[in-house]
Design a protein around this ligand. Structure first.
Ligand SMILES: [Mg+2]
Length: 291
């Protein structure tokens, strides 16, 4: 593990009352890429639980995909879906009204699809998107099981599509979508259409709420973990950024966080390595905080 810059050892800060919020990407970060296994992260997961440190999932996954994982991990904290499109808090979590328990930055999927299909009709662009396929077809194209494809299809704020036209046509398509405030991002195989937001907005929204309602008299330190470029904005606004080793990790360059850690191991093993080391340092000379 390489610590590039650190203020964790700052004695004055350590003596002040601090609280911690951990916000994590899932695929390739807390979960293994292929198997979605998180066994290697279990020691650090147990550590967070023992010290009542909230763990927030912030993923490209849909709400339908994240809910079973929250259940498996017995996670009862807020969570962020579809690359930061929306955040959902459990009822009464912050003691606020129902209308304040979620926030949405994304554009509704129905609007995105309508706009893309209209452009396809008008301009003859060649592409297919999730809405054009059955669950069985999505399973075949993505390699997901049919059950997983069904969950992936339950999207609210994004539409993945397979481009079958030229690059110049894609540039035109992207420019036309931009006029409708829709962004095209390149994933592995798919392009994804979304509104204009990123994973950082939910972190800042949650930080403000935790600070106000849960830790009003403490300094709240945010720790974010991610492994690829779509985590860059999230990592950038955290106090402590943990870049999990991956084939894309070297592309992540950060200026914002006070502490930047690059793990040696990928996925949940790297997640475990970084959080165990961090909290060993943080908790070594003070009583655990029971929030
Ligand atoms: Mg990832």
């Amino acid at each position: 593990m390489t610590v590039i810059a650190s203020n964790v050892n700052d004695k004055a800060k350590r003596q002040s009352k601090q609280a911690y919020l951990v916000v994590t990407d899932l695929d390739g970060t807390l979960l293994e890429h292929e198997s979605y296994c998180y066994d290697a992260a279990k020691p650090a997961l147990a550590l967070l639980q023992a010290h009542h440190i909230p763990l927030i999932f912030n993923s490209s996954k849909t709400q339908a995909e994240i809910l079973p994982l929250r259940q498996a991990l017995q996670n009862q904290h807020p969570f962020v879906v579809e690359n930061g499109a929306a955040v959902f808090c459990p009822t009464g979590y912050f003691g606020t009204t129902a209308s304040e328990e979620s926030a949405v930055w994304g554009v509704a999927r129905s609007s995105i699809i309508k706009c893309a299909q209209q452009l396809r009709e008008e301009r003859g662009f060649l592409f297919k998107s999730f809405v054009d396929w059955t669950d069985e077809q999505i399973a075949k194209i993505t390699g997901l099981s049919v059950a997983q494809a069904q969950l992936a299809q339950q999207r609210a704020y994004s539409e993945p599509l397979l481009w079958e036209d030229s690059n110049s046509q894609l540039d035109l398509f992207a420019a036309l979508l931009k006029d409708h405030c829709i962004r095209v991002t390149q994933g592995g195989r798919f392009l994804t259409l979304t509104g204009k937001f990123d994973k950082s907005l939910a972190l800042l929204w949650l930080k403000e709420r935790y600070q106000r309602y849960v830790y009003p008299s403490q300094t709240l330190i945010t720790i974010a973990l991610g492994d690829s470029l779509n985590d860059q904005a999230l990592l950038e606004v955290a106090d402590i950024a943990v870049i999990i080793q991956s084939k894309h990790a070297h592309n992540i360059q950060l200026l914002g966080p006070k502490t930047i850690i690059r793990t040696q191991q990928p996925g949940p093993a790297g997640w475990n390595e970084a959080l165990q080391a961090l909290f060993a340092k943080i908790l070594s000379d003070r009583e655990p905080y029971y929030g």
